[in-house]
Design a binder for this molecule. Structure first.
Ligand code: EPU
Length: 346
């Protein structure tokens, strides 16, 4: 049942969250509030719900695994709008509201030839969720073009500005996933994008696709098209088969440990990091343990990318969680490496 309260703030009670998470997990929320305007956000701050509630904020629901019904209030960020704030000879500053679909924001920039997010094409989720885990792909992370964000403090109701240094970005990490977890509603994010694009086509598979597509002159659009082609060929489309992208992070290990593993397993995949460590492809580790493409009940590791766990239909979050723990255990037993979960388990 749907009620319209607080000047159009839309609330739903005992509602399934299945349409609101890309894993397609069917759990109930006591209450779901859709925030579509700043007016509604102000209504929320002034409401009893805000004063007494504890919240789960949802963006595109593309990086969560729901393992139980949500007691309490779910607030869905559906704020829309993209705006050019200012520009100089080299850069544009573009502000996007937190509920914008990430890929639509990317396309908005590609149409205008603003560079810096083209390698992040087709990542599921919303603009507001993107800084939470510093989304990244094909050699680029959101932190590379991030300027600032505005967030509502859910304890005080105040709007706060976070600059790059305040966000404590790391590999799939930020303050919003750690010490500030659950404390903020990301209202908008501002990006500083290039008018004279600096292309990042260092990732091997991008080069291969560019060659295959006969691209002679690099462009933002050509890179975006290549990324879209790679993602579509390897990663399951969440609207067809439920998933939350990479379920695990690629672990970083010491060079000595990597070299010892390399001697034993010559095909192991690893890349040196700036911090002098080696980032190991967790997909490779999981595949070696025999999980790739293996189905367990209604879940399993995807046949083209072992890092992605999928919902074959009607899966419970708990089942996916159990599979993820079994995978972690076998990687630890085989390689002595403890891989970490990337998605947020609720
Ligand atoms: N690999 C395997 N088996 C697999 C998967 C991968 O051997 O099942 C090997 C590949 O052959 C390759 C290496 O691992 O040599 C790296 O694979 P890939 O290029 O697919 O990237 P990834 O490290 O597995 C990361 C991100 C992805 C992102 C890609 C491209 C993480 C946790 N994942 O995956 O991000 O799209 O790089 O940049 O960092 C996400 O975060 O949800 C996500 C999909």
């Amino acid at each position: 049942m749907t009620y319209y309260l607080y000047h159009m703030m839309q609330e739903e009670y005992h509602i399934s969250l299945k349409p609101y998470n890309t894993f397609g997990i069917d759990v109930l929320a006591d209450k779901l509030i859709h925030i579509q305007t700043l007016g509604q956000l102000n209504e929320l701050i002034a409401s009893k719900v805000f004063i007494t509630g504890s919240f789960l904020i949802l963006g595109g629901g593309s990086n969560i695994l729901l393992t139980q019904d949500v007691k309490g209030v779910v607030i869905r960020n559906e704020l829309k709008g993209i705006e050019l704030l200012k520009e100089d000879d080299n850069f544009v500053w573009v502000k996007a509201m937190g509920g914008e679909v990430w890929h639509e924001f990317v396309l908005w920039n590609i149409e205008r030839n603003y560079g810096g997010v083209e390698n992040l094409s087709l990542i599921p989720g919303t603009v507001g969720a993107a800084p939470m885990q510093n989304i990244g792909a094909y050699g680029v992370e959101i932190k590379d073009t991030f300027e600032s964000l505005e967030a509502l403090d859910l304890k005080t109701g105040e709007l706060k500005v976070f600059l790059q240094r305040d966000c404590k970005f790391g590999y799939r990490e930020s303050i919003f996933k750690n010490e500030a977890k659950g404390n903020y509603f990301i209202v908008s994010v501002t990006f500083k994008l290039h008018k004279r694009p600096v292309f990042n086509n260092s990732y091997g598979s991008i080069q291969q696709v560019l060659e295959k597509n006969g691209v002679k002159e690099l462009s933002i659009k050509a890179i975006s098209d290549a990324v879209i082609a790679i993602r579509s060929s390897k990663l399951p489309n969440p609207s067809v088969i439920g998933n939350a992208g990479s379920f695990f992070k690629n672990p970083e290990i010491d060079e000595t440990q990597f070299n010892a593993l390399k001697a034993q397993y010559p095909s192991i995949v690893g890349y040196p990091t700036a911090a002098g460590k080696t980032k190991v492809a967790a997909g490779w580790l999981i595949e070696q343990c025999g999980w790739k493409g293996k189905r367990v009940g209604n879940t399993g590791s995807h046949k083209d990318q072992a890092l992605v766990l999928v919902n074959y239909g009607g899966v419970k979050g708990e089942e996916v969680y159990r599979l993820s723990e079994a995978i972690k255990q076998s990687v630890a037993d085989t390689f002595g490496i403890h891989i970490q979960t990337e998605v947020n388990i609720i």
